[in-house]
Design a protein around this ligand. Sequence first.
Ligand SMILES: Cc1ncc(COP(=O)(O)O)c(C=O)c1O
Length: 378
Amino acid sequence: MNFELFGPSITDLEINTVMDAMKNGWYGEKKYWYVENFEKEFAKYHGRAYAIMTPNCTTAIHLLLLGLGIGPGDEVIVPECTWIASATHITHVGAKTVFADIDEKTWCMSAESLEKTITPKTKAVIVVDLYGNMPDMDAIREITKKHGIYLIEDSAGALGSVYKGQKAGSFGVGSVFSFHRTKTITTGEGGMLLLDDKKIFERCHFLRDHGRSKEVHYFNTEVAFKYMPTNLLASLGFAQFQRVEELVLAKRKLLLFYREIFSDIPDLYLNPEPPEGRNGAWCTSLIFGHSHNVTKESVMKALNEKGLEGRPFFYPLSCMPAYGGASPEKEAKNPIAYDLSKRGICLPAAFQTDAQNLLEYCNAIRSIIGFQERKVTF
Ligand SMILES: Cc1ncc(COP(=O)(O)O)c(C=O)c1O
């Protein structure tokens, strides 16, 4: 069996919209029409005042850190388990990256660990809505308010998630989304920064296009960045976004399928549902309880032996060579991240997944941990 674990849903709507941008989106008011309208609709959906489309989510984080004036001498806290993109630009703006542990229930940043990790140098915390899961936002908001630090929400993979009636991407001073090929809506590569504060918006907007003057062509007041989006990619995002509910529901259908297929096995954990909300389920992950006596490596090896690809739960960032490598002290500081990460894998998340293949994949996992295959008729 050979199928992709991640991939988008592209219909005639997307194809026709991109064709329109291709034919008509180059002159006059049309040349940034899709960028501006994708931004406008995306901000409105999330109840935010401003949106800035970027070439990817990583650059959106960079712009926000710059817009907040974070730099040398500052510390920024991120959760241990996330894709490195959440953290890379903390280094690039010259600040120090500090890792907080994750919470056993949410798999996102632990509020308790966050509070312990704050120092007088802490300027901001980047919480991550990991795989569509939501952190304990009430507690985290409270802590950031108490300590006067910026709350940044990395909602790269949380489109459609809701926490206590509030959409992912509407928390904190700013939030970021990814439209990578693997995400719920895609532009191939692309990102979005959402903001409410006009001054921060204007600063980030200015920094996105070489800090150019609005009044005089080719006149720059600062050495800035080139993080401009393209109208062509925005047209794809605009079309995909018209289908946001349909696509989130398709992702949730996968999560619900996994819940059902593994429902008879104790001590297995799938993306939790946030309180009074829903998990957008960009990528369903599976954590094996200790009683199964497996590691993500042993499960991925067994999957490979069956001809299947396995993807690991994110490694704790602090253990990687990029951040100086593992040490007993690092593991002791953030034990939950190190423990959960050892026992987690990501499950297939592609929109174009054959139901029979999916069942075979799940049955492969069941047999690896010593459970009988399930039969389902589609
Ligand atoms: C949590 C998280 N943050 C940031 C990113 C970066 O997104 P991009 O690849 O669009 O830069 C990703 C990408 O997967 C992610 O999972």
